[in-house]
Write a protein that binds this ligand. Structure first.
Ligand code: SAH
Length: 233
């Protein structure tokens, strides 16, 4: 069965956004994945179709109401075993490993927060997995949902033109990727490193791996430390 994404949002017009283009767009046309949206506001019951209210305990901003959001979630997920994610800066930071796990499943349900966030009780009662795309605050979960889906869709089987191109990528094997070069051979006085045009595939592989290690040590020592900790534990 093709991968199926359902996004709950107050702004369904923001989808499929960039996922309608390029590899993801073509893959959707081929039926390799699909995206549908649910307008959370459709589950409000008062005549003003209210979805938010002031925070209990006071303070700035508004909070998404648990009853409205729960009805929206329940409308999509009865007898549905897809993971339910909530985009949230308080969530576990998204990793390529989690992306890979999600891509092997049937699909995802993604809830996009707005305002100050959503009522804590609905997170617990509907077992939402809070996922963050990084340590900064967006104005809404929609761009985060598009990013999560982008990362998943590009690794679905048959979506990338050349499936091998995923093998050496950044974060696969806990390293950042080696640098890339292409023609012209000389550009603004700089040559492509000679080894890459030597035709010696073994030496090229070795060079690329060394470059990846140097780059990762320099820019992301945390990735090396995490790998060491993982091996030890
Ligand atoms: N008051 C909240 C921020 C709310 S931002 C706090 O300080 O934690 C509004 C919405 O944007 C959130 O509910 C969430 O859905 C989304 N969002 C903001 N930053 C995000 C991030 N880094 N990752 C994922 N979603 C994010």
């Amino acid at each position: 069965m093709a991968f199926r994404a359902t996004v709950l949002t107050l702004y369904p017009e923001m989808f499929p956004g960039h996922l309608g283009f390029s590899l993801a767009g073509k893959a959707a046309e081929r039926g390799q994945w699909s995206l549908d949206t649910v307008q959370i506001r459709d589950f409000a019951t008062d005549k003003h179709r209210t979805v938010d209210d002031t925070p209990a305990g006071g303070g700035a901003g508004m909070v998404l109401k648990p009853d409205v959001l729960a009805r929206a979630i329940d409308s999509t997920s009865e007898n549905d075993t897809r993971p339910r994610l909530l985009m949230s800066p308080r969530g576990k930071p998204l990793t390529q490993e989690r992306v890979r796990q999600l891509a092997t499943g049937d699909g995802v349900i993604i809830v996009c927060g707005r305002f100050e966030g959503v009522d804590q009780r609905v997170i617990e009662a509907r077992e939402l997995e809070e996922v963050s795309i990084g340590d900064y605050v967006l104005s809404g979960g929609e761009p985060a949902a598009l990013i999560v889906l982008d990362a998943i869709v590009r690794i679905l089987p048959g979506v990338m033109g050349n499936d091998l191109s995923g093998l050496h990528e950044s974060f696969e094997g806990g390293l950042l990727e080696h640098p890339h070069y292409t023609r012209p051979q000389e550009w603004e006085g700089h040559e492509i490193p000679a080894i890459l045009t030597s035709g010696n595939h073994g030496a090229i592989e070795k060079w690329r791996h060394e470059q990846a290690v140097v780059l990762t040590k320099e820019r992301r020592p945390d990735l090396i430390a995490a790998q060491k900790a993982g091996k030890a534990g």
